[in-house]
Ligand binder design. Structure first.
Ligand SMILES: C[S@@+](CC[C@H](N)C(=O)[O-])C[C@H]1O[C@@H](n2cnc3c(N)ncnc32)[C@H](O)[C@@H]1O
Length: 326
């Protein structure tokens, strides 16, 4: 079977050096900017970041659990539903538009975005890009790179849409992450983000008590621990969830992400697979910085955006906002 290769030349017009903003050219050794800085292309994917960085646990998790949450492998449409419901975007408005996806992980949203007719550019800071490329490269042409939200390798004011779900809370400075992405929107362009919610109940969330220890553990050891206790405690956590009124509160005392009430369409095996993946995902990241709704509104206002939606979403709070035309 022919292996699909990325046609980098096709994307050069959009690309810029993340170091100095100059144009990039391509040769047999990779990408080169006007000041002589080189960026590798490894396994067909341009790499604009240092080899080891704070997002390594994500690269590890998404390369192991690369298929678990993709609609096409789970035969559910949970990601598709979340995308359309939370962004308010449609295939029609995305047609032929330039769309940037930031923090794509194993590519569960990339898969959905590729079903639209948008011109897709997708990046992630970790080597999860390899899982994404494996999962999605055979669908149709798109650009993918290992790159940092703080140093995006693109021309500013180029994108009609910027999409970033499940990412901002995992960056060291969520406000800065947001404003960096806004720089890449065209006038009239829209950005959609979602972020873990912070409110007065956050203090009772067990993960924030155990994370100071678990995030420092070796990722291999932590995964072994999670794979050991999650299947064992899952039935008890499910039982707690069923208790009227107090169930949700009681269940979260056990550090397991249990979707049995939230996604009843998942099979027993899928529920355990999702629980192992997302429990590791909540205990391992270097950063987990939930935000209030008030903060999200402030970010939009500070960046001179018009708010289209700011409120509850499927995974915390969602902000959809537009850059004014002028
Ligand atoms: C929880 S995962 C979400 C992945 C995907 N959006 C999803 O919903 O399945 C968070 C992702 O953000 C990425 N990330 C963290 N910091 C980043 C940064 N500075 N620039 C780009 N991506 C980053 C991680 O590597 C990770 O893949």
């Amino acid at each position: 079977m022919e292996v699909r290769k990325m046609n980098i030349i096709k994307y050069l017009n959009f690309l810029r050096s993340p170091t100095n903003g100059s144009e990039l050219s391509v040769d047999e050794n990779g990408l080169l900017d006007k000041q002589g800085n080189r960026f590798d292309i490894k396994d067909d994917i341009p790499r604009f970041v240092e080899k080891i960085n704070y997002a390594d646990s994500f690269g590890y998790q998404w390369n192991i659990f690369d298929k678990v949450q993709l609609d096409r492998f789970s035969s559910h449409d949970l990601t598709s539903k979340r995308f359309y419901k939370n962004t308010g975007w449609t295939n029609k408005i995305l047609e032929n538009k330039d769309l940037l996806e930031v923090g794509s992980g194993a590519g569960r949203f990339t898969e959905i975005l590729l079903k639209t007719k948008a011109n897709l550019y997708s990046i992630d800071y970790s080597n999860a890009v390899e899982a994404n490329w494996r999962n999605n490269k055979d669908t149709r042409d798109f650009f993918i790179a290992q790159a940092d939200i703080y140093n995006l390798p693109f021309k500013k004011y180029s994108f009609d849409y910027v999409f970033c779900f499940g990412v901002i809370q995992h960056t060291p400075d969520p406000k800065m992450s947001f404003s960096k992405m806004v720089e890449f929107l065209k006038p009239g362009g829209e950005i959609a983000i979602d972020v873990y919610l912070k409110n007065w109940k956050s203090i009772f969330v067990t993960k924030y008590w155990v994370r100071p220890f678990t995030k420092k553990m070796k990722k291999e050891k932590l995964l072994k621990l999670v794979e050991w206790y999650v299947p064992k405690w899952f039935p008890f956590s499910t039982l707690l969830l069923k208790i009227p009124l107090a169930g949700k509160f009681l269940a979260q005392i056990i550090p397991i992400l249990n979707y049995s009430e939230h996604f009843p369409e998942l099979s027993k095996k899928e529920l355990i697979d999702w629980a192992i993946l997302d429990t590791f995902d909540m205990l391992s990241p270097a950063y987990d910085k939930p935000q209030t709704l008030k903060t999200l509104r402030k970010w939009a206002v500070t960046s001179n955006l018009e708010i289209i939606y700011c409120g509850r979403g499927d995974n915390g709070y969602v902000l959809v906002a537009k850059k004014p035309e002028h």
